[in-house]
Design a protein around this ligand. Structure first.
Ligand code: GLN
Length: 460
């Protein structure tokens, strides 16, 4: 059931509160041992639910929140051994907002360590599995949340998206995932990965629910200085959707291409204008993302030094500062995180700073300009969300470069700060395929309007 349907039934007492919540908890109990989607379950949530005002907009929305988002007095590991015993001292702004609006949080979602990954295999607490095929990955880094929604362990979720971490797992698990315009949702209380890219957004069963959750969490927050209130951008005239030719060339699986093309055909048949467009800098997007992301990661990871944050050892603490750093980082961080710290530190070091970091920033501007030009011609852009189907667990873990290719269609929206949504558009065999819609910055209204139309077209 969608959140709105749930609300109706709860308000009219067609379903009881106890019975309603128990479904989720028993589902978690039954399924989580196979799926490993949830890291912590909040058994005390049932008492909280009874106190919630029935008229609030998120009443009946039962959330799993990614484990890099703080929920007061609960564990927040960010998928890392480093934070295995870390208890959050306050609520993230997004959590405060969903609670204020009637939402209930019942658990924390598994994730790649510090949100670095595309498969949830980089979690220190074991991989999450795809409910459509237990041998396959659910995507990442917010894999736990995507699975929780897809497998009915909750009816709402919050993830974070730095280069695709909401949209890619949404596509792999057949659910809706939305990354808002950079700066519309507060990052306060969200454990940072790469600060100029990170945005929190919803996973949901349908576009309507994602929209509802987005409106609840968006808005200016004095604890995150880059946030602004939602700027409503109006659009006059009929909608035009652009298909960027660069997204349909090398690297994309032929079957996925076919499914997306069929999905686009259906849109065209329902009399929405489709035009081909070009985003010429697309081929530089992934290297640009990698350089800037790793640079920001290397700065953000510095706080995990054993003093501000760190491991809890059951042996005497290190005698020197250097020893403390080595022990904490050596034992507390996984391979992918270390790899990115090294890469980012290198890109920022004197002598290489201009050649890598500054150059990447310049290309980032060009990519944003590509989109500005495109949005002079069209309102929304449609692309595949991922170049492949969910891959097998273990298939790419030894080959980080091929793992990073998973983000090829999603990282551009983070580079340019655009809102982007992934929604199911078909299947290949038993496995779901996602399509991505992007709009210009702050054009969330149009994006949701088009996404709702398209969702209806594809369901029929
Ligand atoms: N898969 C991407 C990466 O590993 C994106 C991660 C994210 O969005 N948090 O960088």
């Amino acid at each position: 059931m969608t959140i709105k349907e749930t609300q109706e039934k709860l308000r009219k007492k067609e379903i009881g509160l106890e019975e309603f919540l128990s479904q989720f908890f028993s589902r978690i109990k039954e399924r989580n041992k196979d799926l490993n989607a949830i890291l912590t379950t909040f058994e005390d949530a049932k008492e909280e639910m009874e106190k919630i005002n029935k008229t609030l907009p998120l009443y009946g929305a039962v959330f799993v929140v990614k484990d890099n988002i703080l929920v007061k007095d609960k564990r927040a590991t960010a998928g890392s051994k480093m934070l295995e015993h870390y208890i959050a001292p306050y609520d993230a702004t997004v959590v405060e907002k969903i609670k204020e609006k009637g939402g209930l949080v019942i658990g924390k979602g598994n994730m790649d360590e510090f949100a670095m990954g595309s498969s949830t295999e980089n979690s220190a607490f074991g991989p999450t599995r795809n409910p459509y095929d237990l041998e396959r990955v659910p995507g990442g880094s917010s894999g736990g949340c995507a699975v929780a929604i897809a497998d009915n362990m909750c009816n709402a979720a919050l993830g974070s998206d730095t280069g695709g971490s909401i949209r890619q797992p949404a596509a792999f698990c057949g659910v809706v995932g939305f990354k808002p315009t950079y700066g519309t949702v507060s990052r306060s209380g969200v454990i940072s990965m790469a600060s100029s890219f990170d945005q929190v957004g919803p996973f949901a069963k349908c576009v309507d629910d994602a929209h509802l959750i987005f409106e609840a969490i968006a808005g200016k927050d004095k604890k995150d200085s880059v946030t602004s209130d939602i700027i409503k951008k109006e659009k006059k005239g009929s909608i035009k959707i652009g298909v960027p030719k660069e997204y349909f060339v090398a690297g994309i699986n032929d079957d996925i291409k076919k499914v997306i093309m069929q999905a686009i055909d259906k849109i065209e048949k329902s009399k929405i204008e489709i035009v081909e467009i070009s985003l010429p800098y697309t081929e530089y997007a992934l290297p640009t993302y990698e350089i800037i992301m790793a640079s920001e990661v290397s700065a953000n990871m510095a706080r995990f030094d054993g003093i501000r944050y760190g491991l809890e050892f059951d042996r005497p603490f290190a005698k020197t500062l250097k020893e403390a750093y080595l022990e904490n980082r050596g034992e507390g961080l996984g391979r992918e995180v270390k790899r990115r710290i090294i890469l980012g530190t290198y890109a920022l070091s004197s002598g290489y700073f201009d050649a890598y970091y500054i150059k990447a920033q310049k290309v980032r501007s060009l990519i944003a300009e590509d989109f500005r030009n495109a949005f002079n011609k069209v309102d929304v852009i449609i692309t595949p969300t991922t170049p492949t189907l969910p891959f097998k667990i273990g298939e790419k873990i030894e080959d980080p470069l091929s793992m990073h290719l998973s983000d090829i269609f999603t990282a551009t929206a983070n580079l340019a700060g655009l809102p982007a949504i992934s929604l199911p558009c078909g299947k290949i065999g038993n496995l779901p395929v996602g399509a991505q819609l992007m709009a210009d910055r702050f054009y969330e209204d149009i994006l949701f309007e088009v996404a709702k139309k398209v969702e209806k077209i594809w369901k029929n």
